[in-house]
Design a protein. Structure first.
Length: 206
């Protein structure tokens, strides 16, 4: 049996273990007066969805800019990492953005760099972003697989996927949208975000 087979078997066992752990945790929640069956189902669905996708979304942040006299979120950064030590080829990862009226697809442009000492939203890599593309800012990549091959292959790899929203998808306060990570294997991972009050320019979206 080759390494891929061993890794796949290990991933299956981890998937089953994760589901069991999630089910146990949600059972405990149900035993409290403040929890409900809806809470149970949502938590279990989220856990299974994340595990089966092989990719975790750890954080989503955005930045407000003044566009045509209105404050809108134009830049978004998603902090992601592999769930297991499996290859996730970024050239095969598509980001779908849907605000309920319009859909935009973003593809990896092959550009990556370490975050370094740059502020996240002022990194020079933003200047090279084109429409319907995304780049990668690296936090951890011990074997340089992201830099050299555009592949996350360790569960310690962690990167920010950065993308600039088309003007027709820029977010004003209260606007909602879904972001779906479509991988070449596993189940697509969808998260939902809402633009909060622009009290600060940089805001959390999850």
């Amino acid at each position: 049996m080759d390494n891929r087979g061993v890794t796949t078997i290990a991933a299956v066992f981890l998937l089953i273990s994760g589901i069991v752990v999630a089910a146990t945790a949600t059972s405990v929640l149900l035993s409290s007066n403040e929890s409900s069956e809806a809470d149970y189902e949502q938590l279990l669905d989220d856990a299974v969805d994340e595990i089966a996708t092989y990719i975790q979304v750890k954080d989503v942040v955005g930045k407000y800019y003044e566009i045509d006299g209105k404050l809108k979120i134009q830049k978004i950064a998603l902090l992601v990492k592999p769930m297991f030590s499996l290859d996730i080829n970024l050239s095969e990862l598509v980001i779908k953005i849907n605000n309920g009226e319009q859909i935009a697809l973003h593809y990896f442009d092959g550009e990556s760099d370490h975050v370094g000492s740059h502020p996240l939203f002022e990194h020079p890599l933003w200047n090279y972003l084109e429409n319907n593309s995304y780049s990668v800012l690296i936090l951890t990549d011990k074997d340089s697989s992201v830099v050299e091959y555009g592949t996350m292959n360790k569960n310690t790899d962690m990167v920010y996927i950065i993308l600039q929203l088309p003007q027709y998808l820029s977010l004003r306060n209260g606007d909602e949208m879904s972001i779906t990570l479509i991988t070449s294997h596993g189940i697509a991972r969808t998260i939902f975000i809402e633009a909060p009050l622009p009290i600060k320019k940089v805001v959390n979206l999850t």
